[in-house]
Write a protein that binds this ligand. Structure first.
Ligand SMILES: Cc1cc2nc3c(=O)[nH]c(=O)nc-3n(C[C@H](O)[C@H](O)[C@H](O)COP(=O)(O)OP(=O)(O)OC[C@H]3O[C@@H](n4cnc5c(N)ncnc54)[C@H](O)[C@@H]3O)c2cc1C
Length: 495
């Protein structure tokens, strides 16, 4: 029985949209993109808290084949990313292929019919290919603080920000000091009467060289696109150097990593007056164990008279405040949860995926190590492209990953068609070799060579493996996406 769709894509963020664009290029235009939210954009639709902006310059954090000359700042605000996603969806005719408000529960490979059966509540859809782009930072997390449900004031998670919620005159707490808090804390401090920031793990913060992009420069980018391409190349090369030398080759180039932490410490010293607060804000793990953050405002905020940093652990929450383990109660009327995302428990994969011989992908990853060939495919899961795989995140800008994966998809599917076949599956041998290679390479990285013990970094999974980032240069990722040995896959024909 022929499936309803050439392909079913799950997730309408930049990853799912990139997959859709590539499917069209391959002539597989009968696809559907399923999205649980009520609109497209993924991260940039869901998040709209005050201060949201990209932390990778916008010339780089965008599709290389669809540059936007009209970013208003070097680091565009979140709302511009949402608009950019809408523009791309319009230009590439993706919106009409999207189904919003659709939660995908799972997908099962139908061996007899050689296609995927995707379940959404009571309904099922069938597709020849399955592509999951459900995101890494897409499953919001709230720690189970005892008593949190008894809190009588306003509780708000940063992924569910209410734009009309007025922070003025509030006695607020922000729990969490990750990348989101670094953006939100300075904005909240401007409005609230009192702000207490609850920190479990300090974060490395480096200066953000941000500026408005004046209209003449935007015009130049629009009229002479090569100028924006050049800016992208310079910025991408700098990020690549930071990642490859400072993080992935930590063992060989420790001094480079040290320079980054010295710079961040100098930034902290220049911005925070109080010595004890400075010490509390200083990380005790190596730079790069966690994704570094950029801000010129975050540290300064702790000098303000209405802002306090709390580093004692939270014991419990009461109706009108937060009690720390030292017995101190901070009275609040607003509880802001900047507590991030659950990557490794409810993600990987975000939905139940059952491959050949009834193999459950989530169980396979947990029992046999997290793994995916080139961060894209898994043995025993035919015709399945997993865009949010272990070892797929390449470089610092996520668009580097998306475009490498688009190239891999293109090469793989073209080869499948060239052979006159309709199914592909990565071989056990190729997958094992890739896993061995990345495991070996990680040995040189800051993750294993450095001190990451106190980082609590989402790069590490529940087994202590740094299984998120691909430990190679992005140049290598892109080169392999267009040159991987074609016999790393087996090919076949549907009945
Ligand atoms: C606040 C924030 C700021 C960030 N800033 C940067 C940055 O500056 N630079 C950078 O490189 N990266 C940044 N990131 C990472 C960012 O997530 C990626 O850059 C990129 O947007 C991921 O795209 P994606 O399509 O893979 O995932 P997402 O954008 O997360 O999209 C996944 C989509 O899948 C949907 N979905 C999930 N499960 C289901 C299901 N079961 N059924 C149906 N739909 C489902 C989700 O609703 C979501 O829309 C940031 C992340 C966050 C949270």
């Amino acid at each position: 029985m022929a499936p309803q769709f050439d392909a079913v894509v799950v997730g309408a963020g930049f990853g799912g949209m990139g997959a859709g664009i590539e499917l069209d290029r391959l002539g597989l235009s009968n696809f559907v993109i399923l999205e649980r939210e009520n609109d497209l954009g993924g991260t940039w639709h869901v998040n709209h808290y005050p201060g949201l902006a990209v932390d990778i310059a916008s010339v780089t954090y965008s599709y290389s084949f669809e540059p936007n000359p009209y970013w208003t700042r070097l680091f565009a605000p979140g709302a511009e990313l949402k608009k950019y996603a809408e523009f791309v969806a319009g230009k590439y005719d993706l919106r009409r292929r999207m189904r919003f408000g659709t939660v995908v529960d799972g997908a099962r490979w139908d061996e007899e019919n050689q296609h995927w059966v995707v379940s959404l509540g009571g309904e099922t859809l069938t597709g020849h290919y399955l592509l999951t782009a459900t995101g890494f930072l897409s499953q919001p997390y709230t720690p189970p603080f005892p008593g949190i449900d008894s809190f009588a004031g306003k509780t708000i998670h940063t992924t569910a920000w209410e734009d009309d919620f007025d922070l003025n005159d509030r006695k607020a707490a922000i729990i969490g000091t990750g990348a989101t808090a670094v953006q939100l804390v300075p904005e909240a401090a401007k409005k609230v009467r009192e702000l207490t920031v609850f920190q479990r793990t300090p974060i490395w913060v480096v200066p953000k060289i941000d500026t408005a992009i004046p209209a003449p420069v935007q015009k130049l980018f629009a009229r002479v696109p090569i100028t924006q391409k050049a800016a992208r190349l310079v910025n991408t090369s700098m990020l690549e150097a930071l990642m490859v030398v400072g993080v992935l080759h930590f063992k060989q180039a420790k001094p480079v990593n040290k320079v980054a932490s010295v710079l961040a410490k100098a930034h902290l010293r220049a911005q925070v007056h109080d010595k004890e607060t400075r010490e509390q804000l200083t990380p005790h793990y190596d730079f790069g164990c966690k994704r570094p953050t950029f801000s010129n405002q975050y540290f300064k905020t702790f000098n303000l008279p209405n802002v306090r940093l709390e580093t004692n652990s939270i014991d419990h929450i009461e109706a009108d405040g937060i009690v720390t383990t030292d017995g101190h109660k901070t009275e609040i009327d607003t509880l802001i949860l900047a507590t991030g995302f659950n990557l490794w428990d409810v993600n990987f994969p975000a939905i139940e995926i059952i491959g050949r011989d009834g193999i459950d992908l989530g169980k396979f990853w947990r029992d046999k190590r997290f793994q995916a060939y080139e961060g894209v495919t898994v043995p025993k899961f035919p015709n399945f492209i997993c865009l949010n795989s272990p070892y797929s995140y390449s470089g610092l800008s996520y668009f580097t990953t998306i475009e490498a994966q688009m190239k891999h998809m293109g090469r793989l599917l073209k080869e499948t068609f060239r052979r006159g076949e309709t199914t592909f599956e990565v071989t056990e041998r190729a997958n094992a070799q890739f896993l061995d290679r990345v495991t070996d390479k990680l040995g040189s990285s800051v993750f294993y060579g450095g001190d990451c013990a106190t980082a609590r970094s989402y790069y590490f999974n529940q087994h202590g493996e740094a299984a998120l980032l691909r430990p190679t240069s992005t140049i290598n990722a892109h080169r392999e996406a267009v040159s991987f040995p074609l016999d790393d896959y087996s090919y076949g024909t549907s009945a």
